[in-house]
Design a protein around this ligand. Sequence first.
Ligand code: SAM
Length: 430
Amino acid sequence: IKSPRTGANHDAYLMKFKQWAQTYITKKNAYTIRDWGSDGQRGVFATEDIKEGQQLLSLNWVSTLNLDIIAVEQKTFFEKMEEEVEGGLSDEDVLVLSLMMYRYCMTSDTYDLKAWVKALPADTSSFNSALYFSKQELEYLKGSPGFVHALLVQSEASELFEKLENSLFKDPYVLGVCKEHGTFTWEDFQWAHSIVSSRKIYIKSSEEERLIALVPPYIDFINHNSDPNTVIDFQEQSGMVVLTASKPIKKGEQLYLSYGTHQDCNSDFLIDYGFIDEESPKNCVNVLYEELYETIQDSDPKKNEKIFILDKVFEKEIRLKLFKGSLTEDLLKISKYLSYKQESLLEYLKGLIDLKLNHYPTRLQDDELFLLSTEYQTLSTRSQLAFKTSLQEKRILQFVKDDLQNSINDIDIKETAQPPKPKSTTKDEL
Ligand SMILES: C[S@@+](CC[C@H](N)C(=O)[O-])C[C@H]1O[C@@H](n2cnc3c(N)ncnc32)[C@H](O)[C@@H]1O
C-alpha cells in the first residue's frame, strides 16, 4: 500500500515492524499479519497450532503508545500540550496528537514506534468511525442513542481541532519540527483520531484509580469477536502488556480479541471502531439519562426525588442497557422507583420502550422491507452500517415490548381467573 502523501511503501514498513515485534514474541512465528476480507483490512492469523494458555506476545510498556513514552520521546511537545491547551486534554487526545507527531513530523526511523506507525492503515476511504460520517449518513442513525453519541464525538473533535489550530499547531516549536509536513490539517487529525479510537485499549493500574488508555502495537492488528480466543493482561510488576491464547487455536485460524467494555452496545462499536458485531449475543440498546428523565411527569409530587435517584445512578453508569429477552437488573431497579405509585412496573417499562421506538423516524416493519430493497444496496457502507444499527435496536426493543406485553397479559389472565371473593352477606339479605 502506497501512502498517498509520502509515497512510502507500507508493506516494507510492515516487514520491518514485524521484525521489530518478533523480538517480543515468545514463540516465534506462531502467527502473522495477513489481509482479511475486503477494504484493505488486515488481521492476525496462527501459522501453527497454538495451545490454550500459550503466551503469544509480551510488549514492554515503553513499546506501546502511552502517555509515559510520549512524555519522554516527545518531551517538549508534551509540555506544550499541557501548557497551551486550556482546560487540558484527555489521555486519548494526547495519544491522537502524539500519533500525528510520530506520523507526520518525526521522520527518523530510529523511534521504536515508527515502524508500527508506518504499518498503520493509511487509506481512509474505508474508515467508518464517527468522524468519517457525513450528516447524510448519520440520518440513518437518527433516533438511536448512537446518533447523539456520534454528534457529540464529532462536535468535541471539531472544537478541539479549532482550538489547536489557533494555539498548539501554530506554536513555533511545532512549526519547526513539522517544517516538512506543514501545518496539521483536519484530515491529519481525523486519521489519528480514528486510529486511536479504533485501536486503543484500557488497562488498570493499582497506582492510579482510573483506567489508562494506550495503543499496543501488533496487538492492535487483532480483530474483534465476541467469543475471542486471546486475552490481554497487564502485568504491572514487570510493566508488560501480555497477549495469551484463551483457547486452542488451529494453524490458519484468526486470532481474536473481544473489544470494548461491558458498557458497549453496537452503536458504541460503530462510533469508536466503525463496525458492528451483528452476531454478538450481547447486542443491546442504550438507555440514556434523558430518556428516563423524559418519563418523569412535571406534576409528579416525587419529581425531585426521582431526579435525585437518576443523577445518582448515572454518576457511576454512563448508560443503562436493554438486551433481547432480558431486562438488566439496574434498569429494573430504577424503573421500579420511577414507576412508583403511578402505574405498574411492567406498564412503565412498556411505555419506556414505546417512547424509545417513537424516537426513530421510521417504523420497524418499513425498515425490514427497506433492508431487502435495491435502494438499500445503493447506500454507502456507512449509511448501511447506521441503518443496520438502528434496525437491530428496533428489533431488540420490539422483542422486549412483546415480552412485556405477554407478561402483562399473563398477569391479567391470572387476576381474572381468580375465584370471586366471598361476598359478605348483610343482615337484610339474610
Ligand atoms: C484494532 S483494529 C484491527 C486491525 C484492522 N483490521 C486493520 O486492518 O488494521 C480495529 C479495526 O478493525 C476492523 N474490525 C475489527 N474487528 C472487526 C469485526 N469483527 N468486523 C468488522 N470489522 C472489524 C474495524 O475496522 C476496526 O476499526
